[in-house]
Design a protein around this ligand. Structure first.
Ligand code: NAG
Ligand code: NAG
Ligand code: NAG
Ligand code: NAG
Ligand code: NAG
Length: 794
């Protein structure tokens, strides 16, 4: 049970020898439930731990305090250390490569001897109560890639030696009691991908060296006591190899809740991949740079609670990806630029407690309530209580009313004359200003390209060629293996994935699916494809890159893939906590009924997903079953396993069609055709709708007939009510017609003659006629899925 992740297994014993050892240990694992299992699922290579490493492990155990006895299994003379017998240890060829003991209540100290585990790749002790300092000796480990010590009680400073770990990718020391400065040398570790030092007591400045890192994607320094100004050298990493500036890869930059002062650095605009920029609660002053518009992937911009002044740059309206904009509690003045009305994805907005004036653009005041605008005395039009004054009466309310009453007619005439004069003067001014403005505007238009090109030059031409959302991360080192992220908030390295605690969820012809828990506790579904039936690497990559771009609220998103050095292929998907429709529907007790609106929503959702596959992606699913329809927390259906046949050899696909047939979802003509098409998908869809109506699984024996035949026979006998799930019959007076019409539609879908079946678009139309969409939630309803849904109801 050794992590595979590209360990150089030069002396791997033969398969025969492996088989010999396998049996008893396998049994052990089943007894202990899934302890820590690699997704690649290799077992022990049969080598006993080296004497040197054994002694380090002894010292490691001795210096820790283990109140719950998790290290009790470390009790023999070393024989069990590398065979999976010792909790949390993984080895390769007798050397410890992983120590992974999160959430174990461990106290005490981390031994200095840890630096003697020459092959250590990953040390994960997060969510314990370990105290003392982080050993300097970690810096001598040539293979260390992951150091996860977050959520402990480490004190002292960050060892500068960590910068000497040539392969270090993921450094997470968040939420400890670390003090002192962030070492300059840290950035010498040129593979660093993710740094989290948040929630400590670090002080001093942010090292400029970090701003040059060519590999850093994620930098979290929130909640410390950092001071000084923010270095102004972002994204200027020079690559001596090819003499260019590679495009900056930083996506996440959070330094909120520190004591940083000075201006917002102008070079921030070089970070073209940035998605989150969070400077909340510092002492920053000066203006917001206009160049911020170059951050074309920015989703969150938070400058809340600083001392920024000047206007809100109009250019912010040119960042269409913005979803959250918080500029509250600063000293910003001027009007809210009209351009902000263009930000169609904005779902959170706050400019309260500034010194803004003038009217709020109506698009903003209609979308956000007054708590987004309050505390700006001169701002108006965002609520009934703050009407914008009509221009001529502007001066009147400032006069105290009592004084007004005492005015004589003479005064009034004088005032009127004065007012007339002022109005005339203003008119002249306005005319002059208009003329002048036209001229400067013309000039500015000519000048504009030069300013933007200057900004672009800082990015060194990398802006266009680089795919901003697909951060490709080599796992690094001779071991090789490649992880490609498509998008999304998931920040993990290949090692994180390979070392993740994994639990088998299911097996299919294509491979095994695991639920993997990453270091931060988040979960992903990992499908390990069977190597023999997957296409070769080049073809595979071409196809998988297409699949990774498909986004629809009713299609399970492929977030990343991993290619191992020995041809292992992993696909990483969102994890759906509710599991599949099959388990949701069939593996429950009578105490958890599923009502008709829920079932209908599931049916409509999956139909929408299928339409998108057929019409927008030109993909035939070919294996649509209730096990391949997953549900998220809100019971929104997500079709899984689409397009996978493209990653497989032809032989594998024939096999899958056979399996689908055996389960009762296969259209009858497929036995001859051997090639799925839109009509065979509609047949499978019909079977699933029948499943929702009857509560019966197509796999269940029904006197030797399949589900469509069974339903058809009962309907023919006019016992129609007998087919419906008894649960649904409780409400039959209200929903009887809906059930009947849906049943007719489903039977239409499973018509034995393919040409008689409707197209999937028509299925949706009819489903929506039978039961209209609640609250118009049809398009783009679910959070991060960006693809708009071409809904038939619009
Ligand atoms: C060592 O620990 C294992 C696992 O906890 C246990 O099954 C075994 O009996 C222990 N052996 C000894 C000699 O204590
Ligand atoms: C933060 O740093 C300042 C000096 O920059 C110091 O005066 C202050 O005590 C520190 N605060 C904490 C909580 O460490
Ligand atoms: C608020 O802005 C106005 C201009 O709109 C300026 O005159 C005033 O000094 C500002 N007040 C503060 C407290 O910054
Ligand atoms: C205003 O909007 C915010 C966020 O959208 C919400 O939390 C808050 O309850 C709303 N307040 C009022 C008074 O409507
Ligand atoms: C905006 O910020 C203010 C001040 O911090 C806060 O009181 C208000 O609730 C915030 N409004 C929204 C919608 O977030």
């Amino acid at each position: 049970m050794v992590v595979a992740g590209g360990i150089n297994n030069k002396h791997l014993p033969t398969t025969k020898k492996k088989e010999k050892w396998k049996f008893p240990f396998f049994l052990l694992f089943f007894i202990r439930l899934f302890l820590i299992q690699s997704v690649l699922g290799q077992d022990w290579d049969g080598v006993v731990v080296t004497q040197a490493d054994f002694q380090v492990l002894q010292a490691f155990k001795q210096e820790l305090i283990d109140p719950r006895g998790f290290l009790r299994s470390w009790n023999d003379s070393g024989y069990g250390a590398c065979s999976g017998g010792w909790a949390g240890i993984k080895c390769a060829q007798g050397q410890v490569i992983v120590i992974q003991l999160p959430w174990k209540g461990l106290g005490g100290k981390l031994t200095d001897k840890i630096g003697q585990l020459q092959a250590l790749r990953k040390l994960s002790l997060h969510d314990n109560v370990v105290t003392g300092t982080i050993p300097q000796t970690l810096g001598v480990l040539p293979d260390l890639r992951g150091l996860q010590l977050f959520n402990n009680r480490f004190s002292g400073s960050i060892p500068p030696t960590l910068g000497s770990c040539p392969l270090l990718q993921n450094l997470d020391l968040g939420n400890n009691s670390l003090a002192g400065r962030i070492p300059d040398r840290l950035a010498n570790a040129t593979k660093l991908f993710r740094i989290n030092l948040s929630y400590n007591s670090l002080s001093g400045p942010i090292p400029a060296s970090l701003t040059h890192s060519p590999s850093l994607v994620y930098l979290d320094l929130q909640h410390n006591n950092l001071s000084g100004s923010i270095p102004d050298s972002w994204g200027s990493s020079f690559s001596p190899k090819n003499g260019t500036f590679p495009p900056p890869v930083l996506q996440y930059l959070a330094i909120a809740h520190n004591s940083l002062s000075g201006p917002i650095p102008l070079t921030i605009s070089n970070l073209s991949s940035l998605q989150v920029l969070d400077f909340e609660s510092n002492l920053l002053d000066g203006q917001i740079p206009e160049g911020i518009v170059n951050l074309k992937n920015l989703s969150v911009l938070n400058f809340r609670r600083n001392q920024l002044d000047g206007p809100i740059p109009e250019t912010i309206g040119g960042i269409p990806t913005l979803t959250r904009l918080d500029l509250s509690e600063n000293k910003l003045s001027g009007e809210i630029p009209l351009s902000l009305a263009n930000l169609s994805r904005l779902s959170s907005f706050n400019v309260s407690y500034n010194n803004l004036s003038g009217p709020v653009p109506t698009e903003l005041s209609s979308k956000f309530n007054s708590t987004s605008f309050v505390g700006n005395i001169q701002l108006c039009g965002y609520s009934g209580a703050t009407p914008c004054p009509s221009p001529p009466s502007q001066t009147v309310p400032t006069q105290p009313p009592e004084k007004k009453k005492k005015l004589s007619t003479k005064d009034i005439i004088l005032i009127a004359a004065g007012a007339l004069l002022i109005v005339l003067l203003i008119l002249v001014c306005v005319l002059l200003c208009c003329l002048a403005r036209k001229r400067t505007a013309a000039k500015a238009k000519e000048g504009q390209p030069s300013t933007t090109s200057r900004a672009a030059a800082g990015v060194a031409g990398g802006e266009k060629g680089a795919p901003p959302t697909a951060a490709e991360v080599e796992a690094g080192g001779e071991a090789g293996g490649k992880l490609v992220h498509f998008d999304g908030p998931m920040m993990f390295t290949a090692d994180d994935l390979l070392c993740a605690t994994a639990e088998i969820m299911g097996k299919s012809t294509y491979g095994t699916v695991y639920k993997a828990t990453l270091e931060d506790g988040s979960q992903v579904a990992v499908k390990r494809l069977r190597e023999k039936i997957a296409k070769g690497q080049r073809e595979f990559e071409a196809e998988v890159n297409v699949l990774g771009k498909i986004r629809h609220p009713n299609l399970l998103a492929l977030r990343a893939y991993y290619l191992g050095p020995k041809g292992e292929k992993l696909l990483v998907f969102d994890y759906m906590s509710k599991g599949s429709l099959a388990t949701f529907l069939h593996a429950r007790g009578p105490e958890t009924p599923i009502d008709w609106p829920t079932r209908m929503e599931i049916a409509q959702g999956m139909t929408r997903g299928l339409i998108y596959l057929h019409n927008n992606e030109n993909i035939i699913h070919g294996n649509l079953t209730s096990s391949n329809v997953l549900l998220d927390e809100r019971n929104e259906s997500k079709i899984a396993d689409y397009g996978l046949s493209r990653l497989m050899t032809a032989a594998a696909n024939t096999n899958v069609i056979a399996t689908a047939g055996a389960l009762g979802y296969r259209a009858p003509e497929l036995s001859k055709l051997k090639k799925a098409n839109t009509k065979t998908d509609v047949y499978s869809l019909g079977v699933i709708i029948l499943e929702l109506l009857t509560g019966k699984s197509p796999g269940e024996a029904m006197n030797g007939v399949d589900l469509p035949q069974w339903v058809a026979s009962i309907v023919k006998e006019e016992w129609t009510n007998e087919v419906f799930d008894v649960e649904l019959m409780k409400d039959s007076t209200e929903i009887g017609d809906e059930l009947l019409n849906t049943l007719k539609l489903a039977l239409h879908c499973v018509d034995p003659t393919p040409s008689a079946r409707p197209e999937v678009q028509q299925v949706l139309q009819q489903l929506e006629e039978i039961r209209p969409v609640a609250g118009g939630r049809s398009s783009g309803a679910s959070g991060d899925d960006r693809a708009a849904v071409p809904s038939s109801s619009e």
